[in-house]
Design a protein around this ligand. Structure first.
Ligand code: UD1
Length: 418
């Protein structure tokens, strides 16, 4: 098992290029199942989660090849089976995104229900509600969901919660359904817009993505395409926090500033200086002036995927900060680890009350999930002495060469085996 050994590193400084978005590319890879022609996806981050999705596509009969470790060509001439592999689905919740495309192309799909997950129960009821509304007959047994429909037919679907994954699954299935589908109270995340652009470039007819009502006019056939993935807003936000927590200065290249509004606003509120330009974003730790309150919400609210990194940062800023998690019910697994590093944080129901301390202290800690792992890395860079982070495979699932990028900025990080 690999782990990171991290020494207190002082202010991080330099430039970093943000990779393509993990959360965009996973549904986009799933969408390649909708056509028998080749799709080429550019700026794909070579991550464990991306490889899992690629393996899933290959297991279903698709062919995939990488060029330059960044461009992924996929062709699914035939879908050879309608059952998605349990082993691959169990590795990653986003595997469930193949359900809509397989159903739309084959009229049938069987897929294992996602298991329990470190950050809450994360059901798929909204995905299934949407597919059922499109005419699929859904049954569940022995941990698997089966969906069947001779023909999917467009429908009006209202989501009880603007779930990102449910919006994506329904959008993909509806792209090949007969007639019009309207998804109301859908997710408005930039990754939804990216998937919609990908589908549109394949010939799908979609209007309204990025708003809370998406209209999809089904077509008979989709074709191959070329697509550039949007920059990863969560990776960008993480490096912004890296500049702030280390009291350094980092220039971020390849960012869409608009996608980063909540993180920019909150960092400015604390006193971090952020300058936007055509080339990117300059983030410089100013004098940190006051505590803040944060509440995670669906986009354009503050992203739950940035919560852990901000908790780590606020653990070392003066005053009493309040962070409330509303999207997932159990997403403070990083808090006990930060407390072991000397942070003063109390959990009260869905909120973390954080009293900023002067300095954290290095010790052994464990990454419980992807963003919790990133938060511990950032905390470790500023903690006195040495920190050892275990279970770092979580970090490799979603951050492209995170340790390498941090090292280039001055982070003292060693990856060791065993
Ligand atoms: C996606 C992101 C993840 C991010 C999350 C919220 C990907 C691959 N992952 O996950 O990084 O943290 O959005 O921004 O894009 N829910 C239900 N029923 C459902 C579906 C969801 O109750 O059928 C609940 C979940 O339990 C959770 C909330 O809705 O509490 C948000 O989930 P959702 O938006 O679906 O997140 P994901 O698509 O899984």
């Amino acid at each position: 098992m690999e782990r990171f050994i991290i020494e207190e590193s002082g202010p991080l400084r330099g430039r970093v290029r943000i990779s393509g978005s993990k959360n965009s590319v996973l549904p986009i890879i799933a969408a390649t199942l909708l056509t028998d022609e080749e799709c080429i996806i550019h700026d794909v981050p070579l991550l464990t989660d991306v490889l899992t999705m690629q393996n899933l596509i290959e297991d279903l009969g698709g062919r995939a090849s990488w060029d330059n470790d960044a461009n992924l060509a996929i062709r699914v001439s035939d879908i050879k089976k309608i059952q998605a592999s349990y082993e691959l689905c169990a590795k990653m919740r986003a595997s469930f995104l193949v359900a809509g495309p397989i159903l739309a192309r084959m009229g049938e799909v069987k897929i294992s229900l996602p298991g329990g997950c470190a950050i809450g129960s994360r059901p798929v009821d909204l995905h299934l509600k949407g597919l059922a509304a499109l005419g699929a007959e859904i049954s569940q047994e022995h941990g698997y969901v089966s969906a069947r429909a001779k023909k999917l037919v467009g429908a009006n679907i209202y989501l009880d919660f603007p779930s990102v994954g449910a919006t994506e699954n329904i959008m993909m299935a509806a792209a090949l359904a007969e007639g019009q589908t309207i998804i109301q109270n859908c997710a408005v995340e930039p990754e939804i817009v990216d998937l919609s652009n990908f589908l549109t470039s394949m010939g799908a007819q979609i209007r309204g993505s990025g708003t809370d009502t998406i209209r999809i006019q089904g077509v008979n056939k989709l074709s191959g395409t070329n697509h550039n993935v949007i920059p990863d807003r969560i990776e960008a936000g993480t490096f912004m926090v890296a500049a702030a927590i280390s009291r350094g200065e980092i220039f971020l290249e390849n960012v869409v500033t608009d996608h980063l509004k909540p993180a920019i606003a909150k960092l400015r509120e604390v006193g971090v200086e952020i300058e936007e330009s055509e080339e990117g974003l300059n983030v410089k730790s100013g004098s940190l002036r006051r505590p803040i309150d944060i509440k995670t919400l669906p986009y354009p609210g503050f992203p739950t995927d940035m919560q852990a990194q901000f908790v780590a940062f606020l653990a070392t800023t003066p005053g009493t900060n309040l962070v409330t998690e509303t999207v997932f019910e159990n997403r403070f697994m990083h808090v006990p680890e930060l407390v072991r590093m000397g942070a003063d944080i109390k959990i009260d129901s869905r909120s973390a009350i954080i009293e900023g301390v002067e300095k954290l202290a290095g010790t052994q800690v464990k990454a419980s999930d992807l963003r919790a792992g990133a938060a511990l890395m950032l905390a470790a860079l500023t903690a006195a002495g040495t920190t050892e982070i275990h279970d770092i495979y979580h970090i490799d699932r979603g951050y492209y060469r995170f340790d390498q990028k941090l090292r280039q900025l001055g982070g003292k990080i060693t990856r060791v085996n065993g």
